[in-house]
Write a protein that binds this ligand. Structure first.
Ligand code: TYM
Length: 342
């Protein structure tokens, strides 16, 4: 069976972008692939954080995975920091990766600009922690949103580099295990939903770190919050509703969201809304969102009401993940020439 891994950072609330760009697609993959989904808590400390909030957000994220339909009887769900190989492999990869590769990362440049002088080293090496998350599991596919494309390309480059330097026959002659150390994975970016935009600006992506909560729909927003946010979201003064008009980014974005939460095709949506005005479309969208999110919120309530259930799933998930991750780690350690522990 081909393998799939992915994760979301437990910083702030999980929003519609994370769901439509990633989590919703995980659910579709778990029936066909061997899937592992983690909560990337080590990534969440690359910017200043509140320890108490991190622990809560970690549990909340895991519960939301399940609430969104990730099924623990099919997929392994675990917390990144519970599998120590993630942090350990990151060190090994950081010694093989040129700094110039990391300096090119768009997310690093953006975040570093915002954090100024005190930017932590971890913000620079962040993509190597992500590469470790992926390469430890010898996976085939990584379902993510568009904003992670560059990190996936870096992961592939790092995997190739390690395979070239430490894998292969040449190295075998010098005592290494030989063969390929890492499988080189592909990004799986959905045709629709890979880039959900802000409610207040159709040209910037919906994000956890945007200061205004009005800019995003969080999966746990109440009906009132959803209706209020949709009522106030940015619109334009065109008549009718249409996809893909470059002068109407907000319109394209909201129709795309409507398409995904209603389960209709793009053509069906285009036909349904073409003669509507914003005043008619907004309640339709708000209702579709509420209808889609209500069962997720109900299930979330059930999961958090039973902390022992979630603890058990995370324990089992970490135990399973650890077996796969440790085997990869041991292999690269041998290849790099570390003395095996007896
Ligand atoms: P994060 O936590 O920022 O986002 C989690 C997932 O949500 C997607 N996403 C979006 N998709 C569509 N529209 C948006 N506006 C939007 N915002 C976010 C992201 O593309 C991502 O798929 N570094 C990663 C987490 C990570 C990871 C990994 C992912 C760490 N290790 C290994 C896959 C495999 C991140 O910060 O995602």
């Amino acid at each position: 069976k081909k393998r799939v891994v992915s994760g979301v950072q437990p910083t702030g609330a999980i929003h519609l972008g994370n769901y439509l760009g990633a989590i919703k697609n995980w659910v579709a993959l778990q029936d066909v692939y061997d899937t592992l989904f983690f909560v990337v808590d080590l990534h969440a400390i690359t910017l200043p954080h509140e320890p108490k909030e991190l622990i809560e957000a970690t549990k909340k994220s895991a519960a939301l995975y399940i609430a969104c339909g990730v099924d623990p009887s099919k997929a392994s769900i675990f917390v990144q920091s519970h599998v120590r190989a993630h942090a350990e492999l990151t060190w090994l990869l950081s010694c093989v990766t040129p700094i110039s590769w990391l300096n090119k990362m768009i997310q690093f440049k953006e975040k570093a600009r915002k954090s100024g002088e005190d930017v932590g080293t971890g913000l620079l090496t962040y993509p190597l922690l992500m590469a470790s998350d992926i390469l430890l599991y010898q996976c085939d596919l990584v379902p993510v949103g568009e904003d992670q494309r560059q990190h996936l390309e870096l992961t592939r480059d790092v995997a190739d580099r390690v395979n070239n330097i430490y894998g292969g026959k040449k190295w075998k002659k010098r005592g290494g295990p030989g063969g390929r150390i890492f499988k080189v994975p592909d990004a799986l970016i959905p045709p629709a939903g890979a880039r959900i935009m802000s409610l207040t600006d159709g040209t910037s992506k919906m994000s956890k770190s945007a200061p205004s909560d009005q800019s995003r729909i969080n999966l746990l927003d109440t009906r009132d919050e959803i209706v209020r946010k949709i009522t106030r979201c940015k619109t334009d003064s065109f008549t009718g509703m249409e996809f893909d008009n470059p002068d109407r980014p907000e319109c394209t974005n909201l129709l795309g969201i409507y398409q995904l939460v209603s389960g209709k095709t793009k053509e069906e949506v285009a036909e349904e809304v073409k003669d509507m005005n914003w005043g008619q479309f907004k309640p339709l969208l708000a209702d579709a969102l509420v209808e889609h999110l209500t069962p997720i919120q109900k299930r979330y309530g059930e999961v958090v009401a039973e902390p022992a259930y979630l603890d058990g799933i995370l324990k089992e998930g970490a135990e399973r993940a650890e077996v796969i991750a440790n085997a990869t780690l041991e292999n690269i350690q041998n290849a790099m020439g570390f003395l095996p522990r007896q």
